[in-house]
Design a protein around this ligand. Structure first.
Ligand code: PLP
Length: 410
């Protein structure tokens, strides 16, 4: 090329790729990162997104690392993957999930995907038809919103109730359902709320289907990407336990429990996955090759170590918040990697809302948190506690001095 640069072209962009509210988590976090003060000698504390893989205390299990190495070295997995996934990998997922179910999944109920993100894409794309609508929780996981906008799927929101441990507002769900409703989404353990639903609450969610649906054919999509990451008093129960009263499609991945979001291996569990088979997903063949070993060989000690760190982290977060007057946490997290905290801007000088708070906090204290608006709740903040515990303490200390500095003078 004459001047050695790429030829310019006019990029207009697909507006549907930003969410209906105009926010994606990545876009918001990018703008916060731009606001960081490069001259601050202190390390930036990332409480905005949940990826603890960078911290040595969250390193994945050696059994999982060995499984990947063995799979590569075997030279058996250099080929294109088959559409639904390798049979031994699908069988291993079925057997892994069967440990917690009152019935038996077969490998034919398992469709492997590139992480849970693509599991969401596969199921939502398969369900969409002109006029269809879907029920999402608020606050929620923003990828659902951007994808629905992209594929022109109408979204209706039901609230999660902070005063009730972030349970689903069941009356709202009943009022939203109509004959064009294809599914409701439940994220358990919760992102962004850190909630773990009781068996009783999940059963009520399932019964909504029977009560409202006059058999409308609605599905419950259970996003269980944080499966087994429960460290409070409520044990984790998969929605699939109620698979005999309601059609459940379960989504999951190894990203969170094994702390390997970069390995991009997830799944959709449904009894009629043949409907998806025209969608090509193709998770990396050698990761599929390693999956049986990862699921079968990882020792309990790894899982309990991770649970112990997350419990310690959530204790630190919850305690530190009580020392900061302008933020409150209505429910101590019992699972997952996030907590929702409520911001009282009336106690602060020169800070108008959650976005403002997050921007100034990034600039002055090099601490990144996600403004609640990005998950559907203005003047709340989503904070991840899944980082190195001492760094988490430091993050909350900085947040505390920030709030003291900006407190309204009485
Ligand atoms: C992280 C996350 C996902 C995506 O999982 P990947 O396996 O990393 O693609 C999906 N849903 C929720 C609620 C999540 O927090």
């Amino acid at each position: 090329m004459e001047n050695g640069s790429l030829k310019k072209w006019r990029f207009q962009g697909n507006k549907a790729l930003t969410t209906s509210s105009g926010f994606t988590v990545r876009a918001v976090l990018d703008s916060l990162r731009e606001n960081l003060n490069v001259n601050d000698p202190r390390p930036t504390i990332p409480l905005g997104h949940g990826d603890p893989s960078a911290f040595p205390c969250f390193r994945t299990a050696t059994e999982a690392e060995d499984a990947i190495v063995d799979a590569i070295r075997s030279a058996k997995y250099n080929h294109y993957p088959p559409t639904a996934g390798l049979l031994p990998a699908r069988r291993a997922v079925a057997e892994y999930l069967n440990r917690d179910l009152p019935y038996k999944l077969s490998p034919d109920d398992v469709f492997l995907t590139l992480g849970c993100i693509q599991a969401i894409e596969v199921i939502l794309t398969s369900l969409t038809h002109p006029g269809a609508n879907i029920l999402f929780p608020r606050p929620g996981f923003p990828y659902y919103e951007s994808l629905a906008a992209h594929i022109h799927l109408e979204v209706r929101h039901f609230d999660l109730l902070p005063e009730k441990g972030w349970e689903v507002d069941l009356d709202a769900v009943e009022a939203l359902v109509d004959e064009n409703t294809v599914a409701m989404v439940i994220v358990n353990p919760g992102n962004p709320c850190g909630s773990v639903y009781t068996r009783q609450h999940l059963q009520k969610d399932a019964e909504i289907y029977l009560k409202t649906a006059r058999n409308l054919g609605i599905l419950v999509i259970a996003d269980e990407v944080y499966e087994h990451l429960a460290f409070g008093s409520t044990p984790y129960v998969p929605m699939g336990v109620f698979g005999s009263i309601v059609p459940v499609v379960t989504l999951g991945s190894i990203s969170k429990r094994w702390i390997v979001p970069g390995w991009r291996l997830g799944w959709v569990i449904a009894d009629s996955i043949k409907g998806f088979l025209n969608i090509s997903s193709d998770p990396i063949t050698f990761v599929q090759g390693a999956l049986p070993q990862i699921l079968e060989k990882t020792k309990e000690g790894f899982f309990s170590k991770i649970i112990d760190i997350l419990r310690k982290d959530s204790d630190i977060g919850y305690d530190k918040i009580t020392e900061i007057p302008c933020i409150t946490c209505p429910n101590k997290p019992e699972g997952g990697m996030f907590m929702m905290v409520k911001l009282n801007v009336s106690l602060l000088e020169g800070i108008n809302d959650d976005m403002d708070f997050a921007l100034q906090l990034a600039k002055e204290e090099s601490v990144v948190v996600l403004p609640g608006i990005a998950v559907g709740m203005k003047n709340w903040l989503r904070v991840t506690f899944a980082i190195d515990p001492s760094m988490l303490e430091e993050g909350f200390e900085r947040m505390k001095s920030f709030c003291q500095r900006h407190a309204k003078k009485q």
